[in-house]
Design a protein around this ligand. Sequence first.
Ligand code: ATP
Ligand code: MG
Length: 419
Amino acid sequence: MKQSRLFGKTRKDSPKGEMSINAQLLIKAGFIKKEFAGVYDYLPLGLNVINKIVAIIRKHMNEIGGQELIMSSLQSPNYWTKTHRWEDSDVNIWFKTKLFNEKVIGLAWSHEEPMTKLVKENLNSYTDLPIYIYQFQRKFRNELRSKSGILRGREFMMKDLYSFNRTEKDLNQFYEKVKVAYFKIFDDVGIGNKTYFTFASGGAFTQYSHEFQTICPSGEDTIYLDEKLKIALNDEIYTPDIAKELKMNNDKLKKLKSIEVGNIFKLGTRYSKALDLYFINEKGEKEYVIMGSYGIGIGRLMGTVVEIHHDERGIIWPKSISPYNIHLIALDTQDSNVIRQADKLYETLNKNGFSVLYDDRKIQAGKKFYDSDLIGIPLRLVMSKRTGDKVELKLRTEQKSKLYSRSEILNKIKQEYKE
Ligand code: ATP
Ligand code: MG
């Protein structure tokens, strides 16, 4: 991608009233645009990151047997009234609208009801189970406050997975698999070492649900962390007795700010009973399906990575989700020899499968470096009159750069991207 053609410009300031670090940096660097509080557009750079996160999650969901589909956001009240989640007095975050015939519909803020209904129409006998289906889908939530940038959107993308099992034992086994997959995902996107399995409030079926909380000073949540056990307790349910019950050491718990990047929930028969989702067992008897649900906020995850990986100059993307693998900068663009060399390198890198943002703009060097640090691609290459037939490589995380010959540089980059 030639930067002179890239849609979405870097800017000096973020909009007034945007307090969050994630949105400030992402707006200034040209990844997102703010429509109004809690509503953001994703520009090409931002969508590149989203697509990488989605690909990582998809891989891990497929690995545990998930099948991807996509459901509508438009919801009729039918099933939601049966689970008592339609009335505004029961769920206060609905966005609702009307069809021409005055029928009220809602914009889905979650998908337990439609997923349950969908499975009901595709399930006959016990041999059809288990079913694991998931989607990357937009949710709409009329959040009371949205001050945390893309960490709390009023419209946001979620990966939501739903499990349908015969027995509680099967559910428990799958639940453990999801837990492992989630940690792989958080490792892969670069926040694994700050993310903790956290006990949170449960439902009728289980005492606890579980959240994946990432330690971060700007987080909206508070957890009590047991560093030795590597588990945490959400302060919403914290008492010394509960901590003790979970074998946590009350004297050593750390109270910390955190971001809930994911949430997993054993639903049991709550939805299957309400919506009559059952199967016929070997004996010809009716049994209700045992369900679970598992969410990850895609935008929230991206925002969390920015909150954790940045410095005073801008974002520092982990290689796995950087919008491009390499930022190639040509200086002295009036010099046709430099441009020729840089063009050639750009082509070679592309041919070798690296995605490159190529700053070919005819502007001052200072502005190019400023933008490069702001955008935060992990590897920066510079070619100029000074570097001659060599290439200067600098990692975003380091201060020093090093010169490489044209023949060395490709191997060096391959090495960097091997890990
Ligand atoms: P929170 O407690 O932060 O309001 P939640 O418990 O309502 O979140 P879930 O309904 O479990 O969230 O949604 C699953 C995941 O979706 C969350 O773990 C989070 O990563 C993400 N998420 C929830 N609400 C938002 C939002 N408003 N904007 C962006 N992501 C969100
Ligand atoms: Mg929650």
